[in-house]
Design a protein around this ligand. Structure first.
Ligand SMILES: [Zn+2]
Ligand SMILES: [Zn+2]
Ligand SMILES: [Zn+2]
Ligand SMILES: [Zn+2]
Ligand SMILES: [Zn+2]
Length: 307
């Protein structure tokens, strides 16, 4: 996957104050700072003791503090770019589409050229802060379209989409639940054959050439087994295509959205809180990586954020 997602350095993760202009009251943040003033803050990732007001570890670069959402005041991790409480993109200093550093006053990203306020999906009219439509999956930027084209050529993706299509097709067939259903179907098949025979005789033929075998009888067990097999194969492929941690959240969001097969119910499970999101567009820290999982009867966890 390294040819698609490039590794970037961490230079844009300075400890400058975030969200200056929209900041509301910050009680939690101030409390946290006061509590840590005496001893400094140990990094939860590597143990290094940092300056009391540091938001990022001086040694490993991971977030160590929390800050507040400029829109709703909820506590968010210092390296989160999205507030899961009010569902706003919260970084004025980072382009949501490509992860480039911004000064905060730009109307368009100087790096990728996309509008800072977001893009309305031309297909479903949903407003999006990220490169793919969170609702319908349409690539919204030039980079997203190129990425989608690359992914469409990957054999793993093609196999996943084939499985997704087969699962969708299976779902359209109604499996037989009882013997009565089976009997009813047998009778209607008999009737159909008789009608076809009469029609054939009208045309002077003595046999029916219509293919009756195309009507497949499938029991509930057969249906369940077939579906289960395909779901398991799809799950394995989704695991293989899991999104690895990246420096920039945009890298993970874009790649995950490009890799999503259409037609089956999926959720994106993040490595941040192992929450199920309807997509990585609803996760505060997708840079930690994650993967798509198939939603089915066996799924215990609920999707955290439905659009
Ligand atoms: Zn650290
Ligand atoms: Zn918020
Ligand atoms: Zn950009
Ligand atoms: Zn859309
Ligand atoms: Zn998450």
């Amino acid at each position: 996957m390294n040819d698609i997602t490039q590794n970037q350095d961490r230079t844009n993760r300075g400890a400058e104050p975030l969200y200056r202009e929209r900041a509301v009251q910050q009680p939690q943040y101030q409390q946290a700072v006061q509590m840590n003033t005496a001893s400094g803050v140990p990094c939860p990732h590597c143990g290094t003791i940092n300056e009391p007001d540091a938001l990022f570890c001086a040694s490993c670069g991971n977030a160590i503090g929390t800050t507040t959402c400029p829109y709703c005041g909820a506590a968010v991790d210092a390296d989160a770019d999205f507030c899961e409480s009010c569902r706003h993109y919260i970084r004025k200093d980072v382009c949501s589409f490509c992860g480039a550093h911004l000064h905060g006053a730009e109307a368009y990203c100087p790096e990728c050229g996309n509008p800072i306020g977001g893009i309305v999906c031309p297909v479903c009219r949903t407003h999006n802060d990220f490169s793919f439509c969170k609702q319908c999956g349409t690539p919204l930027t030039e980079e997203a379209r190129l990425l989608k084209e690359k992914v469409l050529e990957m054999p793993e993706y093609q196999q996943m989409q084939r499985l997704a299509d087969e699962i969708q097709k299976l779902d359209q067939q109604i499996p037989y639940v009882t013997e009565q259903d089976r009997e009813r179907d047998r009778k209607s098949q008999e009737l159909r054959q008789r009608v076809l025979m009469l029609l054939a005789q009208d045309r002077g033929l003595d046999r029916v050439d219509a293919n009756l075998a195309d009507h497949k009888i499938m029991s509930k067990d057969e249906y369940d087994k077939k579906k289960q097999e395909r779901m398991e194969m799809l799950s394995r492929l989704l695991d293989q295509m899991a999104q690895l941690p990246q420096t920039k959240p945009a890298q993970v969001r874009n790649y995950a959205m490009a890799c999503k097969p259409q037609g089956v119910r999926l959720a994106w499970e993040c490595n941040f809180k192992h929450a199920l999101h309807s997509s990585p567009c609803g996760c505060a820290k997708p840079q930690m990586g994650g993967k798509w999982i198939v939603l089915g009867k066996g799924t215990r966890k609920e999707i955290k954020d439905d659009i």
